[in-house]
Design a protein around this ligand. Structure first.
Ligand code: ATP
Length: 254
C-alpha cells in the first residue's frame, strides 16, 4: 500500500536529568496498519507513547496527527481528536464495576482522580447512548457477563480486554496499546490478538509497545526498533526478526 501516515514526527526529544529518554529524528506511523514499537528496557518506548498521547510534554520536536499539529496537546484533546491509549499497568479503577469503567471511557478520562459517586453526574446527559455503546463493546470482548462485577475481580487478560473496550468508547481512529500481552494468560492470548487484528481490519490504526515477540511477529505489519531513545531500525516483522544485528543488540534472548 502507498504511504499514508497518520502520525509524522520530527526531532522529538524528552530529557530526564540530562539523559535523552527520547531523541527521535523521524517517525511515521502508517494509517490502518498495526505497528509494533520494540526495544530493550529503558529504550524510551513508554516515554514516546506518553508524548504522542499527550500524557507528557516533549522538550523539543513537532509532530502531526491526522495532518494537524499535535505536539503539546493534552491527552483529553488527543482523545477528542481520535487517539486513545491503554496503560502498561491496569492498576486503577479496580474498585469500580466493569460497566462504570466503560462509562468512564466515554469521557476520555482515565479516572484515577474521580470518585465513582461523580459518575452519574458525568454521564447523565447521554446515559442511554453511552450504556448501549458499552454493552455492545462488552459483548464484543466477551465481558458482558461481567458488567456488574468489580474490575478488580477480572483476570489479567480480562483486564486487558476491558482496557481495550474502554478505550473504544470514544470511537477513536487510532489506539495505542502499552504492553497489551503483559500478564495475559495463554488462554486469552489468541483472543486478544484476534481483537487487535479485528480493529485493524475495521480500518483503525494500532501502535503497540510489546516485549512479547510472538505477538510482534504474528500481528504487526511494521516494526520500529528503539534503543537509547532513538529509532534504530524499522521494517516488516519478518525482516526485522531476522536481522541478526537487531536480534543480538536489542532483542536479547527473545
Ligand atoms: P520498558 O521496556 O522497561 O518499559 P521503555 O523503553 O518504555 O522501557 P522508558 O520507560 O520510556 O523506556 O524509559 C526511557 C528512559 O527514561 C529510561 O532511562 C528511564 O529511566 C527514563 N525515564 C522515564 N520516565 C522517567 C521519569 N518520569 N523520570 C526520570 N526518568 C525517566
Amino acid at each position: 500500500p502507498k504511504p499514508d501516515p497518520i502520525i509524522v514526527a520530527s526531532d522529538v526529544r524528552r530529557t530526564f536529568g540530562g539523559i535523552n529518554a527520547v531523541d527521535v529524528e523521524h517517525l511515521e506511523v502508517q494509517r490502518g496498519a498495526i505497528t509494533a514499537l520494540i526495544g530493550p528496557n529503558g529504550a524510551g518506548k513508554t516515554t514516546l507513547f506518553n508524548l504522542l498521547t499527550g500524557f507528557d510534554r516533549a522538550d523539543a520536536g513537532q509532530w502531526t496527527f491526522e495532518g494537524r499539529p499535535a505536539q503539546g496537546k493534552p491527552a483529553a484533546r488527543m482523545a477528542g481528536a481520535g487517539m486513545v491509549r491503554t496503560f502498561q499497568l491496569t492498576k486503577a479503577l479496580s474498585r469500580m464495576t466493569v460497566m462504570d469503567n466503560m462509562r468512564l471511557g466515554a469521557t476520555g478520562q482515565r479516572g484515577e482522580n474521580l470518585f465513582g459517586s461523580l459518575l452519574p453526574w458525568l454521564w447523565r446527559a447521554q446515559e442511554a447512548e453511552v450504556t448501549e455503546r458499552a454493552r455492545e463493546l462488552l459483548e464484543r470482548f466477551k465481558l458482558d457477563g461481567k458488567a456488574d462485577d468489580f474490575a478488580g475481580s477480572l483476570s489479567g487478560g480480562q483486564r486487558k480486554l476491558l482496557e481495550m473496550a474502554r478505550a473504544l468508547m470514544t470511537r477513536p481512529t487510532m489506539v495505542m496499546l502499552d504492553e497489551p500481552m503483559a500478564g495475559v494468560n495463554p488462554a486469552l492470548t489468541q483472543s486478544l490478538l484476534g481483537h487487535i487484528q479485528a480493529l485493524r481490519d475495521e480500518g483503525m490504526t494500532v501502535l503497540f509497545v510489546e516485549h512479547d515477540m510472538h505477538m510482534v511477529r504474528h500481528i504487526s505489519d511494521w516494526v520500529v526498533v528503539m534503543a537509547e531513545g532513538r529509532t534504530v531500525a524499522e521494517g516488516p516483522p519478518e525482516t526485522i526478526m531476522q536481522d541478526q544485528a537487531v536480534v543480538d543488540a536489542y532483542l536479547g534472548a527473545h
